[in-house]
Design a protein around this ligand. Structure first.
Ligand code: ZN
Length: 156
């Protein structure tokens, strides 16, 4: 069967950025599973999966707007280190503000903390290499829950 709304799709993938750097891969793990049409994968990839079948391989380039979004300059901020109230602040640390936004500390320099609240892959053009390993119809329960059950999905 071909991938359409409410198909359960299993696929293996490798994700590189525009410079060929490896960002993520399912190699060595179980295939990734998702419920098609529910926005569980980035929109640019989901659109390309439509109509594909088990055994298909595809190369997909996804621009930031159809991936993890453009970099939002408003989410790149500089805050005086005193604002952290003596708490230790180091590059690579992450913390959450009360609005549930996750911020990463990019750099601490000259008493200033540089923060990035963008998704780590915002502004990145994504290059996916995908192999569809299984396509089946979702069960009524999976559709109701909005996620895949069993292999590669939820167990509950
Ligand atoms: Zn469920």
């Amino acid at each position: 069967m071909r991938i359409t709304k409410n198909s359960v799709v299993h696929f293996h993938y490798t994700l590189n950025d525009g410079d060929g750097r490896l960002l993520d891969t399912s190699a060595g793990r179980d295939a990734f599973a998702y419920l098609h049409g529910g926005g569980q994968i980035v929109p640019g990839l989901e659109a390309e999966m439509e109509g594909k079948a088990k055994g298909d391989s595809l190369q997909v380039q996804v621009e930031p707007a159809m991936g993890y979004g453009e970099l939002d300059p408003a989410l790149m901020q500089k805050v005086p280190v005193e604002k952290f109230g003596g708490q230790k602040v180091e590059e690579g640390m992450q913390f959450q503000t009360p609005d549930h936004k996750v911020w990463s500390v990019v750099e601490v320099k000259d008493g200033q903390v540089f923060l990035n609240g963008n998704h780590p892959l915002a502004g990145v053009t994504l290059h996916f290499s995908v192999e569809v390993t299984d396509v089946r119809e979702a069960t009524a329960e999976e559709v109701a829950h909005g996620h895949v059950h069993g292999a590669g999905g939820h167990h509950h």
